[in-house]
Design a protein around this ligand. Structure first.
Ligand code: HEC
Length: 336
């Protein structure tokens, strides 16, 4: 049982890197809570956003055809190879890797001028501090966004790095993609607010107190240690490349324990009750001596990441990068 514990801590760290601002591409239709009868206008907006989302995440045009991209000024490449999401992530946040700075594509960032120094200050703060440096680029209008995506030239006339492909889209498809970008990361994900990211871990009732503690102690220690940080200068993130930006996204962590009782067929209902009362960003670890499937099914249904549970009966899936637990490749390695 104990071999899963190191992983738990590792995965919390990994998750932090995943979502520094607690945003994971929210305000998109597939993350929205499904409801039965939607007003007509709302349903139409959702449909439009879903088409934009498919372009952004899968590289597929509203017509069902594959988007064409031009990479490094060479031959066209299928857009399914270089999807927006593969570089900009679901949330459209900035990142830095291999010497390349990938700029944000979230609506708020595109709608603001970008400044070289203190990029995160609001216009009011800049005025108050009498910071007069001109922006590195002005805010994007829809026309400027279409231009940068087609030609790679931003509204300041700067030609973007060749790592950013060029996309030759029709006006209609371009408008759909831009509408999607404008709403990207406009809202926090479930379980996240301005100060806290909430997680839960699941324990089924037959698990011995020793095994429960073996999982809970490192998880709780990690949370406690993280919560002693501040978002100021003492925070290690403050010193990183993202600097103030990363530490400004700092949030406290909270971990709840969801205890399941009775027959596995009732677990789904119990979990739904917990989630309705207290939305969480993801399930971390979790421990059961029985079949993990009911918990896995609940996570899949609710699009809730359910990461590295400690179980002898994991659900094996083909997919990597979905909320599913234990992709087959990992399990095969573990069996060797
Ligand atoms: C192969 C990686 C890659 C892919 C795929 C990619 N981008 Fe980019 N994108 C980048 C990089 C890197 C930059 C920053 C380039 C620079 O600053 O010179 C960038 C910049 C941008 C910018 C400019 C932001 C600004 O503040 O000026 C926008 C907008 C953008 N990308 C949107 C998209 C969209 C939409 C897609 C999909 C249709 C996409 N990108 C696909 C890597 C990528």
């Amino acid at each position: 049982m104990n071999q899963g514990l190191g992983r738990c801590v590792g995965l919390v760290l990994g998750l932090w890197a995943l979502a520094p601002g607690g945003l994971v591409g929210q305000a998109t239709p597939s993350n929205a809570t499904p409801s039965k009868a939607k007003p007509k206008g709302e349903a139409a907006v959702e449909k439009t956003l879903a088409l934009g989302e498919r372009m952004y995440r899968k590289g597929i045009l509203p017509s069902g055809e594959i988007m064409q991209t031009v990479v490094s000024g060479k031959e066209p490449v299928a857009g399914t190879v270089f999807t927006c999401v593969s570089c900009h992530g679901r949330a459209g946040l900035e990142s830095f890797e291999g010497g390349i700075y990938t700029l944000a594509t979230s609506g708020a960032k595109l709608g603001q001028p970008r400044y070289g120094k203190y990029p995160n200050l609001s216009m009011e703060e800049r005025t108050r501090l009498k910071l007069q440096a001109p922006p590195v680029r002005p805010a994007y209008t829809d026309e400027a966004l279409a231009k940068v995506l087609r030609t790679g030239v931003d509204p300041a006339g700067r030609e973007l790095h060749q790592a950013m492909p060029r996309y030759d889209l029709t006006d209609r498809d371009m408008a759909l993609l831009i509408q999607y970008l404008r709403g990207l990361s406009a809202k926090h994900s479930p379980g996240v607010d301005a100060t806290t990211i909430r997680f839960a871990t699941v324990i089924t009732e037959e698990v011995s107190p020793e095994d429960q503690q073996a999982m809970l102690v490192p998880l709780n220690n990690y949370v406690a240690r993280h919560n002693q940080l501040s978002n100021g200068f003492g925070n290690r993130m403050y010193m990183s490349i993202g600097g103030e930006e990363m530490s400004g996204g700092y949030r406290k962590l909270a971990l709840s324990v969801w205890r399941l009782k009775g027959a596995p067929s009732t677990w789904g209902r119990q979990l739904a009750g917990y989630l309705a009362k207290e939305p969480v960003f993801a399930l971390l670890g979790g421990i059961s001596y029985g079949d993990w499937k009911p918990i896995h099914t609940f996570c899949e249904t609710n699009k809730l990441p359910c990461l590295l549970p400690i179980t002898d009966f994991p659900v094996i899936t083909e997919a990597i990068g979905t909320p599913s637990t234990f992709p087959r490749a990992i399990t095969r390695k573990a069996r060797r």
